[in-house]
Design a protein around this ligand. Sequence first.
Ligand code: NOJ
Length: 516
Amino acid sequence: MPKWLDDAVFYEIYPQSFKDANGDGIGDFDGIIEKLDYIKELGCNAIWMNPCFDSPFRDAGYDVRDYKKTAKRYGSNEDLVRLFNEVHKRQMHILLDLVPGHTSEEHAWFQESRKAEKNEFSDRYIWTDNWFHSPEGLNYVAGESDRDGVYVLNFFKCQPALNYGFLKPERPWQKGIDSPEALATREALKDIMRFWLDLGCDGFRVDMADSLVKKDDEKKSGTAMIWQDIRRMLDESYPEAALVSEWNRPYLAIPAGFHMDFCLDWKGNCYNLLMRDLEDGKNNSFFHKESSRSVLDFFDEYLDSYEKIKEIGHYCLITGNHDTIRAAYYLENRELKLAYAFLFTMPGNPFLYYGDEIGMRYLSLTSKEGGYTRTGSRTPMQWDHTRNLGFSSADQDALYLPVDASEDAPTVEVQMQDPDSLWNVVKEILAIRRQQAALQENANLELVYAKRDERTFAYRRGNLLMVCNPSGKEAVIEEAVLKEPEKLFEIGTASYQDGRYVMGAQSFGIWAKKMR
Ligand code: NOJ
């Protein structure tokens, strides 16, 4: 486990929309460099940047055309290396987004692979051997190439699946995981990883990490074998490089070789219940003031996963990401403060999606670059009151996406000046996380108070106790978990009186055990 992950707090940057330094209407590496001090001041010491590679952008860059070349619109490879250096100068780290499961259909490998004549790349993707044979249970495209056969897709139509082999090959066109063809794909992936690690990146967020081996890999043992092999390479040659998986199954992802896995917003997932539970128009998200939920709806599932991996990896909570609807769509400011106080005091490395620190809103927009409903969560960062809210000096109609035009659109500038703002609460909690060893150590969490029919709950991490009451009514917890505790932080009114925690409406408190 790279040491720097002990206290890493990540800030996710969607490069299109963060900061445009050259005035062409789209964010760039230089813009990110300009804002590194901002990210540090907020309390994040690590970055995950969404794909920034050459691409036709039919899926916002998750359709890579050249893994070793940055997209011109963000800057050159040299500019990206400059960004790495600026990040490191500030004792920060940066993860790139690695897309191992598919490329763009415009990638040179695929252009070769689709040719009728056999060549080095014929088996880089998954093809059947006859135009009339479809691969059972997999999405595919037929009728688009000279080559006889159909090819398998990993996500959108523009994203043909790379061939990592099959666990139990049953048809002549299915290669084994250790076949020369599948190994060539795996080696090509390692080569890409080494390329960027040698240039100074600190690791990768891995897109659809569970998707490498298809169909017969329900238990994911085939996919895990491949990642374990890649992890061996990292351990030997890049021991400080970190890997975080988009997998949402830490008990599979961590043993497969990842250092961290995300708890995602997938439907029915426990994370959704906290902040994004909108069924039939009724908001029943746990942190919503009127919700009827108990926090056990979350913890029942979370703890099951957490307990399985807590000694060997990190299970990470997010405020949101480029695929989720912004949290501010479901929760208002005070609710967001409680939700973030919770997320940032839990085990694992927190991930804060750009703009969530000011409660940026979800905008209703037409799809851009394959974003569909996700587009409204990808709008330009709102910095200040200047042109385009400080995102870009370009004309409004040249912007990548429109900025929030509402009169009261939140901005960093305004919130920095207001001690009670969401931004300042985020900053304060992250500072406490940094100062308190107990909040950094992954393997320590005890849910000390939670009831099916109550909203208030308490959890302990080392010498610290966190109590939260998300409801609109005062609540009291009788169990005195810490003796004569010292209050470090509160939202609303949270007090300890004669062995009881008295929690005002919508409150959160952090107490430390008094050291004598
Ligand atoms: C997950 C990414 O987060 C998402 O944005 C993308 O569209 C798909 N994977 C396909 O790469």
